[in-house]
Design a protein around this ligand. Structure first.
Ligand code: ZN
Length: 486
């Protein structure tokens, strides 16, 4: 009995526990069965749609789906179900809208939504009223011909247009309420019938002496609208300052309205008239001394003076300025040799040669008051050393210096005092030999050599005893010219 009693509660506890489990299982099963179906709304198209203002919005709609947890997990479209659409989209107003989709089906509910934006990305337009026929003279204020700004959404926004007036140009700008900008530009119809003016300094006709490097005296270009156009002037044409002739330079410029101006300048390169050569009577010796004055020149002047003989000195810028003056004062001829006697420098170009030539002429003038046109090329016109620095230079220079009014003298008797003859007796002999072959002799000596100066007295005595007269070169003296090899 006691056993029975003790057994009873144990069994009932077990049954009770089982019952609880069963109940829970049943509840779970019931839950599963009750929630077996799910209802949902699927949108056709995107969940967010942007529509340009002015284009029509047609809602793509949505579909109702029923899914079974056991069988059709992907869901089916129940034929007897319908989706209700609620839309507040206003196509004529920019903004963000929501379309709500909802459905009820056999006691179940489903909902979905979509965002629709109505936007304006189209910029406004600025319409400019054309300017009336005719044009404005520069300086006249421009009168606005009118403009209008229209936007597809904002409508007339003319009052919002910003207008900036710069010279000759007006810029209009406006932005619509969506921030889309627009610009327009108007060229003010200025009228400029007046071409620029070119002023030639020194005039339209210029003449220069051959051998004078031509430098444009300058010019200016002025325009009634654009102002100073000097920098834009194009100059064409060239002046060959070495060759006598007529040269034309053209100066051209245009203003901003394409008015062109072209003027010309005529440059006449004039050759100086050559002196007529006069052949002296009888037998004549022209003693010439190059490269001085130097330390022996005064001694030489004394010798010449003793015999009343006149000679010619082709001088350099040697620093013996007083002696240079003395040469002239004692009645001798003075001629240009060179400033530097540097072949590489003076024969580097016609410009360089003429620069040296004129400088030496100026130095002589400053020291003696004589503006001499007599000259002798360093190395003579037959020199070939100049071909190392400038091909054909002597051919150019021998003609150019004469066109420039100079008389150049070479020599037909060489004492050879710059070469092998280092003794007065030898120099005398060389001069005698040379002179005897010519009726008119131009003798080359250098008064920077003592031995050459020492030979002079004997040369004079010999010459006088043999019926020669000694003369100084002048611009009409017979020009002894060498052959030109460069
Ligand atoms: Zn010399």
């Amino acid at each position: 009995m006691e056993k029975e009693i003790r057994k009873q509660p144990r069994r009932s506890m077990w049954i009770a526990a089982m019952g609880v489990v069963m109940l829970l299982l049943a509840a779970a099963a019931a839950m599963l069965v009750l929630n077996r179906y799910t209802l949902s709304i699927r949108l056709r198209g995107d969940a967010e749609i942007t529509v340009e203002y002015g284009e029509s919005y047609v809602d793509p709609g949505a579909e109702l789906y029923l899914a079974d947890a056991f069988f059709w997990k992907e869901g089916i479209r129940p034929r007897d179900g319908a989706v209700n659409t609620y839309s507040n989209v206003r196509q004529n107003k920019l903004g963000k809208y929501t379309v709500i989709y909802s459905a009820e089906y056999r006691g179940m509910r489903a909902e979905g939504s979509r965002t629709v934006r109505i936007v304006d990305t189209q910029p406004p337009q600025i319409i400019l009223t054309p300017d009336p026929e005719g044009t404005l003279l520069p300086g006249t204020p421009y009168e606005e011909a009118g403009f209008q700004a229209v936007d597809n959404y904002d409508g007339d926004i003319t009052h919002r247009v910003k207008r900036i007036e710069e010279y000759g140009k007006i810029i209009y700008s406006v932005t619509d309420s969506s921030g889309n900008p627009c610009y327009a530009e108007r060229i003010v119809p200025y009228y400029d019938p007046v071409p620029p003016e070119i002023i030639l300094e020194g005039g339209a006709q210029i003449s220069i002496t051959a051998g004078t490097v031509f430098e444009d005296p300058g010019y200016a270009a002025l325009d009634n609208v654009d102002g100073d156009l000097t920098q834009q002037v194009a100059v064409t044409g060239e002046v060959d300052w070495l060759t006598p002739g007529t040269y034309v330079l053209t100066y051209q410029v245009s203003d901003g309205f394409q008015n062109k101006t072209s003027v010309t300048r005529t440059v006449e390169v004039i050759a100086k008239e050559q002196q007529q050569t006069v052949t002296p009577e009888g037998k004549v010796i022209y003693l010439t001394f190059d490269d001085g004055p130097g330390p022996y020149t005064e001694q030489l002047l004394d010798i010449l003076d003793d015999y009343g003989v006149k000679a010619t000195f082709f001088v350099t810028d040697s620093g013996y300025d007083d002696v240079m003056k003395q040469i002239v004062e004692q009645g001798h001829s003075i001629g240009i040799h060179t400033v530097s006697h540097n072949y590489r420098e003076i024969y580097s170009s016609p410009e360089a040669y003429f620069e040296d030539l004129y400088r030496m002429q100026e130095i002589i003038y400053e020291n003696t008051g004589v503006m001499t046109t007599l000259m002798r090329f360093p190395g003579g016109s037959s020199n070939t050393i100049s071909s190392k620095t400038y091909e054909g230079l002597m051919t150019i220079l021998t003609k150019a210096v004469q066109d420039a009014g100079f008389q150049y003298f070479d020599w037909n008797v060489d004492s050879n005092d710059a070469g092998g003859a280092k003794k007065p007796e030898q120099i005398l002999e060389n001069v005698k030999q040379g002179v005897m072959q010519c009726r008119v002799s131009v003798v080359l000596q250098h008064d920077i050599h003592a031995y050459s100066v020492e030979a002079v007295e004997d040369i004079i005595i010999w010459g006088l005893n043999n019926g020669y007269s000694f003369q100084a070169l002048t611009s009409t003296s017979p020009a002894v010219h060498h052959n030109v090899y460069n």
